[in-house]
Ligand binder design. Structure first.
Ligand SMILES: Nc1nc2c(ncn2[C@@H]2O[C@H](COP(=O)(O)OP(=O)(O)OP(=O)(O)O)[C@@H](O)[C@H]2O)c(=O)[nH]1
Length: 322
């Protein structure tokens, strides 16, 4: 069966189901042996067990089982307490627990407590296998859907070539930084950065080398700024760095000098030594803009000034905020 889309990696196969991680929890060794036997005979290859209910929480936190077969009636900590504890680990995920009980009265309470299904004792082996298979299929499908959603979310906010923030994420971050700066009566900065003569590199060494160069540039920029700064690629050879916490213009100047210098160190790609520089324009909140659009527009205009001043340099915007 193909889930989500036609991509092969989204298929859940019988091999996936049979290699899923299963934990059996029972304080009776004979029950564990019966379940291990039936699962082993059905080709489940990653089955482990514990007789100590107090261990389940830590074991699951370490191993993230795809399915836990949980006996409800155990000495000391009972299955309901284990279920309650497990919810803390899988708060935003699909907690795949199949309770094992000889008492029909426990079934409803177990389902209401977070168990996804139950098996009755004495075991009906065909039923055990069918329920295990179905629950694993749902669990794996849930995981695929989560991974897919996370990938989609990442792609919506990042540049596919460099993995840097894209324009949308940059605008979000700058908006937040402006709100923060306004509340604290502080300043913040955005730096527009554009490579000098990048077209020439594409033209002489090819687009593939150009792409690799853009990735190296991205990595250097990330390494040159603070962790709380956002480095974004807006497209082509155009980058923007949002600096939410700057104390004064001097700090921004130092950062700009460091970045321009970092950019101008030679790059080596596929045996080619490449010399490249960059130019930058800086906009400060609130002086050069009280909203994202104005701030970016004025930083971009300052970049043009830097380009016109022979490149390989930066300019701080002198434009008023409006
Ligand atoms: N390799 C590669 N090149 C790209 C990509 N996107 C845009 N480009 C190229 O990047 C170049 C950017 O153009 P400009 O910024 O005008 O060129 P430049 O030579 O740096 O000009 P100055 O900024 O004035 O120094 C163009 O040649 C585009 O074709 C990409 O994703 N990969």
């Amino acid at each position: 069966m193909v889930y989500l889309d036609e991509h092969v990696s989204n298929m859940i196969t019988e091999a996936d189901i049979h290699s899923a991680k299963i934990l059996i929890v029972d304080d009776q060794e004979s029950n564990i042996q019966v379940l291990e036997g039936v699962l082993g005979a059905a080709n489940y290859t990653s089955v482990s067990s514990t007789m100590d209910p107090y261990q389940v929480y830590d074991l699951h936190r370490q191993n993230h089982y795809d399915l836990i077969l949980l006996d409800l009636k155990m000495a000391g900590m009972d299955g309901f307490q284990v279920l309650e504890a497990l919810k803390n680990i899988e708060a935003d995920s699909y907690l795949s627990v199949l309770v094992v009980t000889a008492n029909p009265d426990y079934k409803l309470r177990a389902l209401q407590s977070g168990a996804k299904d139950f098996i009755s004792k004495p075991f009906d082996m065909a039923e055990v296998l069918a329920r295990v298979h179905n629950l694993l299929e749902v669990r794996l499908l849930h995981q695929r859907a989560r991974t897919y959603a996370k990938t989609q979310e990442f792609m919506a906010l990042h540049d596919p070539l460099t993995g840097l923030a894209n324009r949308r994420l940059l605008v979000e971050r700058v908006s937040q930084a402006i709100i923060h700066a306004k509340r604290n009566s502080s300043i913040m900065a955005v730096m527009y950065l554009d490579l000098d003569g990048f077209r020439q590199i594409n033209n002489t060494l090819g687009h593939e080398v150009g792409d690799l160069l853009l990735k190296l540039v991205a990595a250097r920029l990330v390494a040159a700024v603070r962790q709380e700064d956002t480095v974004a690629r807006l497209g082509g050879d155009e980058f923007v760095i949002a600096m939410p916490h700057v104390t004064n213009v001097n700090g921004v100047t130092l950062a700009a000098e460091k970045i321009i210098k970092t950019m101008s160190r030679p790059y080596t790609i596929q045996g080619h030594n490449i010399n490249l520089t960059a130019s930058a324009g800086i906009g400060l909140y609130p002086e050069n803009g009280k909203d994202v659009k104005t701030l970016l527009k004025n930083a971009d205009a300052a970049l043009l000034d830097a380009k016109q001043a022979n490149k390989n340099t930066y300019r701080i915007s002198e434009r008023a905020y409006s």
